[in-house]
Design a protein. Structure first.
Length: 276
């Protein structure tokens, strides 16, 4: 699937952009399925807000969402009166984290045979899909996501987590595209859960990159960004009038040791699966 130069680019930079990876029809199918999920869910009494990537204040709702389709609002979704400022569908931050295993449209989109080929090309021998998210990055209220590494939340020995980030909308600097460091680095933090309590463990005090050293990944709808779990990245707020929908998968190698302290665990009755 990937050329030698693409594999080399991924390993050297920690990321790779594949343009026109998904068709307009596939994107529309995913978007429609997402909107149907929202319309079928009663959001009027639901107040769960997505916390930022620091992992602070993780709620039971979040910690138990790994085998469900769960709903998270933007932090700016509610006014001082505690009521939503806009329609519920205009205030959702994301859906997560098991759509790929629980919904046929997400399953089909996620289990694209090409993704298994790409995984193996970049060194993931036995790919396992642990998480899926549909991220909205709403116009004007889409929050910033601070610098982080995805391996913080999916720790394995050795590190094997890879992210597959699909642009459902065009992603620009104005609507909050991804920004990445120039290369991977040591894992700085590990988000752990012990005895139903979550915490962020510091592993390395290397500072996050300065903005002038970050690279904006502006991509068109249908593009796929593949990046390593050790690549620092962030996204700025959406200050535009346009959404920045994206769909992501997090994949680890089944031959690595998946930490029992990771927040997302699967029961034997609902095992993690690969691309088949």
């Amino acid at each position: 699937m990937l050329s030698e130069s693409q594999v080399s680019e991924f390993h050297n930079n920690g990321s790779l952009i594949l343009e026109n990876f998904k068709s307009d029809e596939e994107l529309e199918s995913l978007r429609t399925a997402t909107m149907n999920l929202i319309s079928d869910f009663d959001l009027t009494s639901h107040t769960e807000i997505f916390r930022d990537s620091s992992g602070r204040d993780a709620t039971e709702y979040f910690l138990s969402s790994g085998d469900k389709i769960s709903y998270f609002f933007e932090s700016g979704a509610f006014g001082e009166d505690g009521l939503l400022k806009l329609k519920p569908e205009q205030c959702i931050n994301k859906l997560g984290h098991a759509m790929h295993d629980l919904h046929p449209v997400f399953d089909k989109f996620s289990r694209d045979p090409r993704l298994e080929e790409i995984s193996r090309d970049i060194g993931v021998t036995e790919p396992e899909i642990w998480q899926s998210m549909y991220i909205f990055k709403q116009p004007r209220i889409g929050d910033q996501v601070d610098w982080h590494q995805d391996a913080t939340f999916f720790t394995t020995r050795p590190n094997t987590v890879k992210a597959f980030w699909f642009a459902v909308d065009d992603a620009t600097q104005e609507n909050g595209c991804l920004w990445v460091a120039k290369k991977c680095s040591q894992l700085r933090q590990q988000f752990i859960v012990e005895n139903a309590q979550s915490s962020m463990k510091s592993l390395d005090d290397e500072p996050w990159p300065e903005l002038e050293d970050a690279i904006p990944l502006e991509v068109s709808a249908g593009s796929l960004i593949v990046f390593d779990g050790l690549l620092p990245h962030f996204s700025s707020p959406n200050t535009s009038n346009f959404s920045r929908h994206a769909y992501t998968l997090h994949v680890v190698d089944g031959e690595s040791e998946y930490s029992k302290q990771n927040w997302l665990q699967r029961k034997a009755s609902f095992p993690v699966r690969g691309f088949r």
